[in-house]
Every structure is written in structure tokens, then in C-alpha cells.
Design a protein around this ligand. Structure first.
Ligand code: DP6
Length: 338
């Protein structure tokens, strides 16, 4: 029997994955770029049980004890375990426990960190050696495409596959662009809404293609991707910031104009966006982005972080603020969850 525990971070997309050519395999229609976070991580322990049969899947409670995952997440975890088992050429059942270090109730629990941690911990428990690219591809096939980016630290690009793809060997995986120490950016997350989002990313991807603005976005993306790569290379926040906000607004524009429409924003989202604009008018370089939810990630330099956090904490619409920033990526842990 063998046991592995891995911590894998969440990531915030600078250029968003939104819309898939094959949703079951999470094959994106456009390339995406993200920053891997540091303190918002999922811890996952996987232990092989030495016999075939049912897997055991647990949610490790923050103060000890174990509970169940939501039925939907539980189903997806079990399906992914079958996938990893097949890939590793193993048959044994496993015991799994998973825990987020960030408030799951904050609606920030993108499944990216969860499926990246599960993939890496299961590969570890099955003692299957693999390249980062293989692990990224496997994490992507969990259906949570953004998990493919969470297997790396720093700044990461997941390129959309070109042309037709065949079978599972489709070569769509993420690659690191720059290490975390290339540029220390901070992410001040204003939590304005708690609880899970009303429409899953999966449904959002599905509906995206019904928006009349979807094809326009596809047209604009190559130049936008270039701008982000260039700004990252030059560590140029003044160049990166406007593209970040434009891209976040575009994602929500597509969502709001899909059939049926998806409205992720809440009044708090607007209040934070306004505060960020005011901070800029006062001379502070801070720029906002949102994934598929109401909460706002404010990207800034370390010197601006305290002022940004103070201002956002003062807003009545903000429940709490999480201070995070670029991180080094997943780690193999020596302490297990059970
Ligand atoms: C808006 O299908 O990867 O965050 O499974 O919820 O993590 P989850 O979503 P996924 O889509 C991510 C959508 C996004 C943009 C992004 O992260 O690229």
C-alpha cells in the first residue's frame, strides 16, 4: 500500500478559458493564461488499498473529522480516479481525502486546485512516473480544464489545440511561461458573495457559443494573448492591467448574452470594480479580474497591496478579503490528511 499527499494551488486566469470544442475532454476553443496562486490550495491524500473494489472519497474537515463531498463533486472525483487508474495501468481501489485551505464557502473553490491535487496525489500513490506535461493533460481530462494550469507555479499558458484532434492523445496541456520569481504580483480577492455559483462553469462553456459576441471575442483573442505574454515578460503592470479588465468584462459579456443568459455579477461586484477605478484615479496601480463568479480578484504590486486590501475591506458589500499572490505551484507533502 502506498500513500501520497499533494498540495495544489488555485489559479486566476488573465485570459480565460471559455467555450470548448469538446466539453467532455475539456478541449478549449481558445488559449488561456493564468497566474498560479500561493495560499489558496487544495490538499489531497490518496492511499492505495491493495485490492480492487469501491474507492473511498472523503472531505477532510478543517478541525478534524471527515465528511462527504457534494454528490456532483464526489461523482467527478470517482470518474477521475478511474481515468488515472487506467493511465497508471493499475486496478487497486484507493482511499482519498481532500481539503481546501481557503474558504470553500467563498465561492472561490474553482475545481482547478482540487483536480490538480487529485491527479498528482493519485499518480504519486500509484507510483507512476510522469512528466509535468502528462500530468497537466491528465488533470485537464478531469473535465475541469483550468486544472491543467494548476500543475505549474508562476505564469502558465494552456494552448488551444490546432485543427482536428484525434482520440485522447490530443496534446492539449499547459506549459509554464515564467516562474513565480520572475514577477511578484499580488492578488487581493474581494469576496462579495458566498456559496456556490448558480450556473457551473461547465454550463457556462456550453452556453458561451450561443452568444452573438462569441466569434468577436475569438477574433480579438490572439492580440490580447500576445499583449499578456509581452506584459508578463516585461513585468509591465501598466500594460497588463487594462487587458486584464477588458478580458474579464468580455467573459461576463459573453455569459450575459448567452442563451439562456448567465449573470454572475452581484451588486458587490460593481462596487468593487468602482473602488478599483477610484484607487487608480488616486494613483494606485490595481486592476480587476473575475472568473465565473461574483468575486473580484484585484491584481497589484506588493507595495500597493495594503492600500488595496484596506479600501476593499471598508466596502459594505465585501464580506472578507483574501490576500494571495503568485505561487510556486504544487508540492508533495510529508504530512497526510489521514
Ligand atoms: C472562468 O471548466 O476549468 O475560470 O471546473 O469550475 O474550474 P472549473 O472551471 P473550468 O473553467 C474555468 C473557467 C474560468 C476561466 C479560466 O479559469 O480559464
Amino acid at each position: 500500500m502506498s500513500k501520497a499527499t499533494v498540495s495544489a494551488p488555485a489559479n486566476i486566469a488573465f485570459i480565460k478559458y471559455w467555450g470548448a470544442r469538446d466539453l467532455d475532454r475539456a478541449l478549449p476553443l481558445n488559449s488561456s493564461i493564468s497566474m498560479t496562486l500561493d495560499s489558496c490550495v487544495t490538499l489531497c491524500t490518496v492511499e492505495t488499498l491493495g485490492h480492487e473494489g469501491q474507492d473511498e472519497v472523503w472531505l477532510a474537515e478543517p478541525h478534524g473529522g471527515f465528511g462527504s463531498l457534494s454528490p456532483e463533486f464526489d461523482r467527478r472525483v470517482r470518474e477521475h480516479l478511474d481515468r488515472v487508474r487506467l493511465w497508471a495501468g493499475r486496478k487497486e481501489a484507493v482511499r482519498v481525502a481532500t481539503r481546501n485551505t481557503f474558504p470553500t464557502a467563498g465561492g472561490l473553490a474553482s475545481s482547478a486546485s482540487g483536480f490538480a491535487a487529485l491527479t498528482l496525489a493519485a499518480a504519486g500513490a500509484f507510483e507512476k512516473k510522469a512528466t509535468d506535461a502528462e500530468l497537466s493533460l491528465l488533470a485537464r481530462r478531469s473535465g475541469s480544464g483550468s486544472a491543467s494550469r494548476s500543475v505549474y507555479g508562476g505564469y502558465v499558458e494552456w494552448a488551444a489545440p490546432k485543427g482536428e484532434t484525434k482520440g485522447d492523445d490530443d496534446g492539449s496541456y499547459a506549459k509554464p511561461l515564467f516562474e513565480a520569481d520572475h514577477w511578484e504580483l499580488r492578488d487581493v480577492i474581494a469576496v462579495v458573495e458566498i456559496g456556490p455559483k448558480t450556473v457551473s462553469s461547465l454550463d457556462g462553456h456550453r452556453r458561451a457559443l450561443t452568444s452573438p459576441y462569441y466569434s468577436k471575442r475569438q477574433e480579438l483573442l490572439p492580440e490580447r494573448l500576445d499583449k499578456v505574454r509581452r506584459a508578463l515578460r516585461k513585468r509591465d503592470l501598466a500594460a497588463l492591467g487594462p487587458v486584464l479588465e477588458e478580458e474579464a468584462v468580455d467573459l461576463h459579456l459573453i455569459a450575459m448574452s448567452s442563451h439562456p443568459p448567465v449573470f454572475y455579477w452581484s451588486p458587490g461586484t460593481i462596487a468593487v470594480l468602482r473602488a478599483v477605478r477610484e484607487l487608480r484615479q488616486e494613483g494606485l496601480a490595481a486592476w480587476a479580474t473575475m472568473d465565473a463568479g461574483a468575486n473580484v480578484h484585484v491584481i497589484c504590486d506588493p507595495e500597493a497591496e495594503d492600500d488595496v486590501a484596506d479600501r476593499l475591506e471598508d466596502l459594505p458589500a465585501v464580506g472578507f478579503v483574501i490576500r494571495d499572490g503568485v505561487g510556486d505551484g504544487p508540492d508533495r507533502e510529508t504530512e497526510h490528511l489521514f
